[in-house]
Design a binder for this molecule. Sequence first.
Ligand code: AMP
Length: 218
Amino acid sequence: MRLILLGPPGAGKGTQAKLLVDHYDIPQLSTGDMLREAVAEETEVGLKAKAVMESGKLVSDDIVNAIVSDRLDKDDCANGFILDGYPRTLEQADSLGSMLEKKSMPLDCVVELEVDDDALVERVSGRFTCAKCGEGYHDKFKMPANPEKCDRCGSQEFKRRPDDNAETMRVRLQAYYKETAPLVGYYYAKHLLRRVDGMGEIGTVQEHVRDVLDKTRK
Ligand code: AMP
């Protein structure tokens, strides 16, 4: 199963991708995570990307295309992958198309998660993750059972993304509507687009996403 999760920041792509990883046993390829790792490790890419990411704008196509191409060559992508946060521009979508053709890895499906703008801001401004295992939480929708401890690994350290604030979110949404939303038409024309209502609870959205994917596999 090779798929793209498409949708604005806060639509739930990362959350849904993590659940799909467990279910289909394929990796989540999040360019946001890869770039945050590069920033933390202060690599050449990280140093170039840091300020752009903090402003909410998009990192250059060349940088992300190269990261994804390398990642797709790893063994764990042989049975499929979930692209989360990539492609984000028409240029990236074209590059991905050429990459996948060369690697003989055709896409099965592009799932668009549809969520209202007001909900996006609320979701993004309340989210945080366990600093140790990466489990995702939310001030309003998903607190750990003991607010001071991660449900999954017991760590007491949590972190919030510096770009998850209302002001940067506005820039990220603008980037989405200007640069990424045209991909909906792009993949629709290729008969790959499936739309899923992303407004429900995490488990309900996951069921709908799996329904769509299971139909695609048949
Ligand atoms: P995300 O975790 O997907 O919300 O991404 C966080 C930030 O990383 C974005 O606001 C961009 O600055 C950068 N980023 C992630 N993926 C891409 C991409 N495919 N193209 C350009 N910039 C990206």
